[in-house]
Design a protein around this ligand. Structure first.
Ligand code: AHR
Length: 527
């Protein structure tokens, strides 16, 4: 399979911390074209999603100020420290399906209403983590707010009041209430999600019905923050498709056709898309204790993200050729069977080397579509689905997916560069996948970065990389691999899947990279 992307120069001999297997390395020529800059890889494709679901918020982020677990105003210090290293651009909250049953007033003030969470296990929702706690959490980790409003069981009035409460600087009754609750200054709301999966858990709406709702909420739910009027305006994200069949293309058509003719009184800046890697519904693949067949099946399925983006981008291009509306993949990731013994409504799963590779493949797909895909939120941040972090009381462990996000930090807001390479094929059990995937980009300081994923779990790959337009001297970075496709980090063994440094030397004007089987590698090139 041939992939055309921007290129590279040089020869590198990389000493991998994980010795490649005895199998002979496949040789691959790869070139980056530093002359042909592509689109900016919006840092918001590295967004996160934190829903009131299982231990995602309670236990994962919020332990309360009286907890013996070290915290700042109730928010776990260990989690904040770990997340700061990822430079998380934005966090989508409070859901998910939860958002369309969330009433913001339950989560403010000294006396919180105790409610239920019927979507996720029917458990008690103490509402001790509300908008003030969410904004404090964002401040602590350095991220922007992506707030999803309730259009399913709420009203335009309720949502408009929430935005006024959060954003006005004028001395209105709601602003005074916000000040009395501890925050006199208006909050910044960078993104507004107008509903969630309104075609399903968000109210089972038809595309036309949703469109009417969208126009109303877009019109009346205003951001009053003075700092967000001319610059840093709040971006409104409409509910978009959740698959590739006619039901979903009709949805995208309906919204985008209306957008093309929209008047001054309503607008959108993004169309959401949800796509999980599940293979079978209900999710039944194990998140740990699986073999090569399940590895190959899941990766084959995850690569379908590219076709899905192509399909919906084509419709968007028809009505929005200037690409003003971003495609925002604000729920994606591997969704597997709940861990045995866990509450099935809590969506608890482990996170393996396979998930690290899955994450890298999807991030690369988003980067290749950087002109249209300008936001994405992996589901979810902590303790739910494909998380960054798992916690158990006072213990915390960083997942292989966390490390991929850390390795990809240099790609935030970097300029995409086309890479050309012969990917080759990895075949197992009648499933054929590209053996290799790669992206390259120039960061905001002009430094060149290359990511290469070796999907083949058995064979190392030797990459001879050249960069047109740059005289490369050396390269260095990190590689993430582990002995098994289902290797995981646990509370007892937290470092089974962690990145190891690699160093590289220039030889004969080319960079030679020896990539371990089933690995994700990111290097920067010294010129
Ligand atoms: O992430 C879990 C759920 O998946 C979300 O609440 C919903 O939007 C989606 O169906």
């Amino acid at each position: 399979m041939r992939f055309n992307r921007p290129v590279f120069i040089g020869l590198l001999a990389i000493g991998l911390a994980f010795a490649p297997t005895a199998a002979a390395a496949q040789k691959v020529e790869l070139s980056v074209d530093a002359f042909r800059a592509g689109a900016r890889i919006d840092r918001n494709i590295f967004g996160q999603f934190a829903e009131h679901l299982g231990y995602g918020i309670y236990g994962g982020i919020w332990v309360g100020p009286d907890s013996t677990i070290p915290n700042t105003r109730g928010i776990r210090n260990d989690v904040v420290t770990a997340l700061r290293a990822l430079k998380v651009p934005n966090v989508r909250w409070p859901g998910g399906c939860f958002a369309d049953e969330y009433h913001w007033r339950n989560g403010i003030g000294p006396q919180r209403a105790v409610t239920l969470n019927p979507n996720w296990g029917g458990v008690i929702e103490p509402n001790t983590f509300g908008i003030h706690e969410f904004m404090d959490y964002l401040d602590q980790i350095g991220a922007d707010a992506y707030v999803s409003i309730n259009i399913g069981s709420g009203t335009p009035h309720e949502a408009a009041d929430w935005l006024e409460y959060m954003t006005t600087a004028q001395p209105t009754t709601l602003a005074k209430e916000r000040a009395a609750n501890g925050h006199p200054a208006p909050y910044k709301v960078a993104y507004l999600g107008i509903g969630n999966e309104s075609w399903d858990c968000g109210g089972n709406m038809s595309p036309d019905y949703y469109l009417s709702q969208l126009k109303i909420y877009s019109r009346f739910v205003r951001n009053f923050n003075p700092a967000q009027q001319d610059k840093q305006q709040m971006l409104k994200i409409a509910v978009g498709p959740g698959g590739d069949g006619p039901r979903w293309t009709d949805w995208t058509e309906t919204i985008m056709k209306a957008y093309q003719q929209h008047s001054w009184s309503w607008d959108i800046n993004g169309l959401s898309m949800h796509s999980y890697t599940v293979v079978k519904w209900p999710p039944s693949y194990a998140s740990v204790g699986f073999g090569e067949t399940e590895y190959a099946q899941i990766l084959k399925s995850t690569l379908e993200m590219d076709g899905l983006i192509n399909k919906h981008s084509a419709i968007m291009d028809k009505y929005d050729p200037e690409k003003k509306v971003a495609l925002v993949v604000d729920e994606w990731g591997g969704w597997y069977a709940p861990l045995p013994g866990s509450n099935p409504g809590f969506l608890v799963q482990q996170n393996s080397l396979r998930d690290a590779i899955l994450a890298a493949l999807n991030l690369n797909i988003f980067a290749r579509h950087a002109d249209r895909v300008r936001g994405a939120n992996i589901a979810q941040m902590i303790n739910v689905l494909q998380s960054m972090i798992l916690t158990e009381k006072e213990r915390m462990v960083l997942t292989p997916t966390y490390y991929v996000y850390k390795m990809y930090v240099p790609f935030q807001d970097a300029t995409f560069m086309p890479v050309t390479f012969e990917a080759g094929t990895y075949t197992h059990d009648h499933i054929s996948l590209p053996r290799l995937d790669a992206i390259a980009a120039k960061d905001t300081k002009g430094r060149l970065w290359l990511e290469i994923t070796n999907l083949d779990p058995n064979q190392p790959v030797e990459v001879d990389a050249s960069v047109a337009g740059i005289t490369a001297k050396s390269a260095a970075g990190e590689t993430l691999t582990a002995p098994q496709v289902d290797s995981v980090n646990t509370f007892d063994v937290p470092d089974a899947v962690v990145p190891r440094p690699i160093s590289a030397k220039l030889q004969g004007g080319k960079l030679v990279l020896k990539l371990a089987p089933k690995s994700v590698t990111v290097v920067s090139v010294e010129q």
